[in-house]
Design a protein around this ligand. Structure first.
Ligand SMILES: Cc1ncc(COP(=O)(O)O)c(C=O)c1O
Length: 409
């Protein structure tokens, strides 16, 4: 056995154990897409989807993608430098206008948008300051930048969503330029970033604020343009990064900033320059959803909020702990790995998918089921899920908080 096999065996011990106990929850094979999917021939209501406005499978979105396949096929076989289409440029212009920013650049994924932006902006004169709960794309962009020989930035973390802690870090930073990286909505906890406070602090310390609004775009603000609109901060957040992989029906990254930042990133971000261009069918799908948001944003967003409020009220009344959530992302905190996995399996057997999030995704004691309410869920979907989580929440002592017996019992 090579050292790689030894490493794989050692590192996958927990995966093997979960498979043996038949509670392994990942890589389930969907036989159709969407909030209502099929797995192993059975209908499943998916509460872990990020299709928050339920538009991904809209017939108009599919039709636009099909038309783009006819025109451009599925790929452009090169990076944007030599494979930019009028569709890419048109979408970037419209996104900038809708989000209320001077300029926009699209990437092939949101992950790449963040990694590329951090790497393009940070250097040895920069301190990168991250929320302790930063998404992997922020962490990876930071660590890549820090690893650049002789040009690496200083890296500091502040306590999750704490303006006080951010201020302390800004006061004690060692480099002259500060880039502060936070999120509009934290995807595992469903809590909104305190962006108004961060804007004020960044202004005082001459720091540049970057907000990853992957989960707020299309879900927050009257029109759905995100956390900046929701908090009335238009023109006050210099850089927003977002994605097409939630509300915009496909895959792709969005960078919103002024022309100088966009031009710098466009000409220096390695994840942009050295990776293939976003396929035009995906551009067409996002573009169609953008039209729906332009025409009907407030109604779409308000429907999502009504459904989220219903689910929140029912789950809270039943006694569930929804952690720090104050959005449509409302984790059911189980606070023990086995309870979380057992809940997941029982719900799945009854046709409801709520993906378990366990260590190392979250700290030990903070295990939870991922519950995302979307506009695509029907009243019946929500009522079915609520009844089932109540039943199994009691059966597995998530409600009541008692210890669950050992596996071997
Ligand atoms: C907060 C956050 N940022 C960025 C991303 C990456 O987006 P994408 O799926 O487009 O790579 C995600 C998606 O998981 C996310 O949750």
């Amino acid at each position: 056995m090579s050292w790689i096999h030894e490493k794989a065996y050692a590192e996958l011990a927990r995966v093997r154990e979960a498979k043996e106990k038949q509670v392994y929850p990942f890589f389930r094979e969907f036989e159709s897409g969407g909030i209502h999917t099929r797995v192993a021939g059975r209908d499943i209501i998916n509460f872990s989807s990020n299709d928050y406005l339920g538009l991904t499978n809209h017939p108009k979105v599919k039709a636009a993608a099909i038309a783009a396949v006819e025109k451009y096929a599925c790929g452009l076989s090169s990076s944007r430098v030599q494979a930019t289409t009028t569709e890419h440029v048109d979408l970037e212009r419209r996104l900038a206008k809708w989000f209320g920013f001077p300029d926009c650049l699209t990437f092939t994924t949101g992950y790449q948008a963040m990694v590329g932006t951090i790497m393009a902006l940070a250097d040895k004169d920069t301190t990168l300051i991250l929320d302790a709960y930063a998404h992997a794309c922020i962490l990876d962009g930071t660590f890549l930048a820090a690893g650049v020989p002789k040009n690496g930035p200083e890296v500091r973390f502040f306590n999750h969503n704490s303006p006080k802690s951010l201020e302390r870090i800004l006061q004690t930073r060692e480099r002259k330029n500060a880039l502060v990286l936070v999120e509009g909505i934290y995807s595992l906890d469903g809590d909104m970033g305190k962006i108004a406070e961060f804007v004020e602090i960044c202004d005082r310390y001459d720091a540049v604020l970057v907000v990853d609004d992957a989960h707020g775009s299309g879900t927050l603000g009257k029109n759905g343009t995100g956390i900046v609109e929701h908090l009335g901060l238009q023109g006050k957040v210099p850089i927003v990064v977002s994605t097409f992989s939630k509300v915009f029906g496909g895959i792709g990254g969005i960078l919103l900033a002024d022309e100088a930042v966009i031009d710098l990133v466009k000409h220096t971000a390695r994840s942009f320059l050295f990776s293939a261009s976003l396929p035009v069918p995906v551009v067409a799908a996002a573009s169609t959803i953008l039209t729906m948001l332009e025409d009907d944003g407030p109604a779409l967003v308000s429907e999502l909020h009504q459904k989220a409020e219903y689910m929140r009220t029912k789950l809270t009344a039943a006694g569930f702990d929804l952690g720090m959530s104050n959005t449509h992302i409302m984790p059911i905190m189980c606070r023990e790995e086995r309870k979380t996995l057992f809940m997941h399996v029982a719900l799945f057997e009854c046709g409801v998918l709520m993906v378990p999030i366990t260590y190392p995704g979250v700290k030990v004691g903070e295990e939870r089921l991922r519950v995302n309410v979307t506009r695509g869920h029907s009243q019946e979907d929500m009522d079915t899920a609520i009844e089932l989580v109540k039943t199994y929440g009691e059966a597995f002592f998530v409600l009541g908080g008692d210890e669950i017996g050992p596996y071997e019992g």
